[in-house]
Design a protein. Structure first.
Length: 246
């Protein structure tokens, strides 16, 4: 391009020029476009649902569910603990009842006539007591223990021997029939045989002997020490209650 000399006359001198830079027009158009897009975006955004509220509601629902689950779990644990406590209480009561039953001593018959005591009779030791009753009358164990003999045994006839936990043994003799066998565990008050007159017997009765450390002892004082008066036909009321509870 040829450079205009300062001496050359200015052809445009005296004319009015109004500059309109192209860049200014483009800037206005672009700015307007951006502003319009922003307005549209804001309008669209105003129509969108608020996503924060559902999230907050969901969180509250989740927290409520977690709290409910925790409460239910705690109640379940409390019920389980209560059941365990009840089981322990029942177990303790059962053990206590079983221990009480093992300590019970009772009369062998509900109705009988005391006919013969412990001592020398006809020159020989009568090692027990005799209780007359009708033949076939059921008799019961006077104490809990293990049957070590049951069946026919010479002069004892049909008899039963029960070994107690303390090592003492009780013999029930002259039975018409025995209702237990060796090895059976019996409880105080359990029916174990029927009154008879088998063996060396001169009448229908139940013969009872008590052996301690292998030797016969007088059943009357032995049982009195344990709350039973076999001669007067009296037994401890507490013993009877414990036997019924077992």
């Amino acid at each position: 391009m040829r450079q205009r000399l300062s001496s050359e006359p200015d052809r445009y001198r005296g004319r009015r020029r109004v500059p309109t830079p192209p860049r200014s027009r483009y800037a206005v158009v672009v700015t307007s476009a951006f502003m319009g897009a922003g307005v549209v975006a804001l309008g669209a955004a105003s129509n969108l649902p608020d996503i924060k509220a559902p999230n907050a509601e969901a969180l509250r629902g989740l927290e409520s569910a977690n709290v409910s689950e925790a409460i239910a779990q705690r109640e379940s644990d409390d019920k389980a603990a209560s059941r365990n406590e009840n089981r322990e209480a029942v177990s303790k009561e059962k053990v206590s009842a079983e221990e009480a039953a093992r300590d019970v001593w009772l009369l062998p018959l509900d109705d009988y006539v005391f006919t013969s005591a412990y001592g020398v009779r006809w020159g020989k030791l009568h090692a027990g007591v005799d209780l007359a009753a009708r033949e076939g009358t059921p008799y019961k164990a006077i104490h809990a223990g293990t049957v070590i003999k049951a069946g026919y045994d010479g002069g004892y006839g049909y008899s039963i021997t029960v070994k107690n936990d303390d090592g003492t043994e009780v013999i029930y003799a002259h039975s018409r029939r025995v209702l237990v066998k060796a090895g059976d565990q019996v409880k105080a008050g359990q029916m174990i045989g029927e009154v008879g007159s088998t063996g060396a017997s001169f009448g229908t009765h139940l013969h009872i002997e008590v052996h301690s450390k292998g030797n016969p002892v007088d059943p009357i004082p032995f049982l009195r020490q344990r709350g039973v008066d076999i001669k007067l036909q009296v037994e401890s009321v507490y013993a009877g209650m414990a036997a019924n509870a077992s």
